[in-house]
Design a protein around this ligand. Structure first.
Ligand SMILES: Cc1ncc(COP(=O)(O)O)c(C=O)c1O
Length: 338
């Protein structure tokens, strides 16, 4: 059995012992089953390959200070996957089925669960695909749910240090009334070129604007955006933003801490007024943003000193992590214990 250097883990795929699968066929979900097969035997006319019938999720399990394993907000990921499935016309997995499958695959992957104190966690990746054959543009009659796990370290190599981001007005990750609000693979394919161009210019991430008017902040790479000023946590309200479960949690924690919380459009120029800014998502929890460059107006927006994370972002980050690692009471009942 190989030994894993938990401290050196990045955000990549490592083979584990099992994944779990369940097939919707003939109008019903079958029995979930664990398998050690990393491949999916798929019909060449499967709708996921041709017509983008694909959605996925991302969530994490943590080994707590008390030795227990906690899965963070799995029910909310189940609900979001259902909403993606509904929009993309795939069978919607029941919440209980999804949560049971997550628990089973995590329990079967115990030896890949990073120990407490390493900063690493077990990433859980559910994917839902139209697996039935069609040639015409119509939904598959079969839907396959696969959930695999892989141990990961912190997502952003910069760690909890502010990153620099660039505004991109030349690409959209989703259309105004399109698929931005669901977690569909096509959105990510559509974001790759923008991210690559941003990286080449020396920026760790790219800010996508609202695809209709290009006036408001939408998302930052594969994460939600937030800004903080005047004791207020502000995050974009837009049809083309994915409802981030981390952002939902941060809004709740921000309110617990006495901050005002606003979900509303954020005009680009308002960036000049934020004391702190951040990207939030499962992978990093919070990646503080120090600088945002707008190449079209040649404006640089700096948050704080641009080099150190702000006090609210730090407090929010630490509080959410403390709940995930069982160091702080889970007052909102977000963690499922294995
Ligand atoms: C486009 C996009 N926005 C936001 C997020 C953050 O969502 P969550 O906090 O549920 O991970 C993700 C990651 O899942 C994402 O891919």
């Amino acid at each position: 059995m190989e030994t894993i250097d938990w401290g050196k883990l990045g955000f990549g795929y490592m083979k584990t012992d099992f994944n779990i699968r369940c097939l919707f066929k003939n109008g019903a979900w079958g029995e979930p089953y664990l398998t050690d097969d990393e491949n999916i035997n798929l019909h060449m006319a499967a709708t996921c390959l041709h017509y983008g019938q694909e959605a996925f999720e991302g969530l994490k399990a943590f080994r707590g200070a008390d030795g227990l394993v906690r899965i963070f907000r799995a029910r909310d990921n189940a609900e979001r996957l259902r909403s993606s499935a509904d929009y993309l016309r795939m069978a919607m997995p029941p919440v209980e089925l999804f949560v049971d499958m997550v628990k089973k695959v995590v329990a079967a992957s115990e030896r890949f669960m990073p120990p407490y104190g390493t900063g690493a966690s077990l990433y859980i990746r559910p994917l839902l695909i139209g697996s039935g054959a069609q040639v015409g543009v119509k939904p598959s009659e079969e839907t396959l749910l696969v959930i695999f796990v892989t141990p990961v370290g912190p997502y952003f190599k910069e760690g909890f240090n502010p990153i620099k981001a660039i505004i991109d007005r030349h690409h959209d990750r989703a259309a105004p009334l399109g698929t931005g609000h669901v977690k569909s693979g096509g959105n990510y394919g559509a974001s790759l070129l923008a991210l690559e161009e941003g990286h080449k210019k020396g920026y760790a991430n790219v800010i996508f604007l609202d695809p209709k008017e290009k006036r408001y902040i939408d998302e930052i790479g594969a994460a939600n955006f937030f800004g903080i000023k005047d004791n207020t946590y502000v995050t974009p309200l837009s049809h083309s933003v994915l409802p981030s479960i981390t952002n939902m949690s941060l809004r709740t924690l921000a309110a617990d801490m006495g901050l005002k919380v606003e979900d509303r459009q954020i005009p680009v120029e308002e960036l000049a007024t934020f004391e702190e800014a951040g990207a939030c998502g499962t992978a990093a929890v919070i990646s503080p943003v120090g600088v945002i460059f707008d190449p079209d107006s040649n404006t640089t927006y700096t948050f704080g000193d641009g080099r150190t994370a702000g006090p609210w972002s730090t407090k929010l980050y630490k509080t959410l992590q403390a709940i995930q690692y069982g160091e702080q009471h889970d007052a909102h009942g977000w963690c499922e214990l294995i």
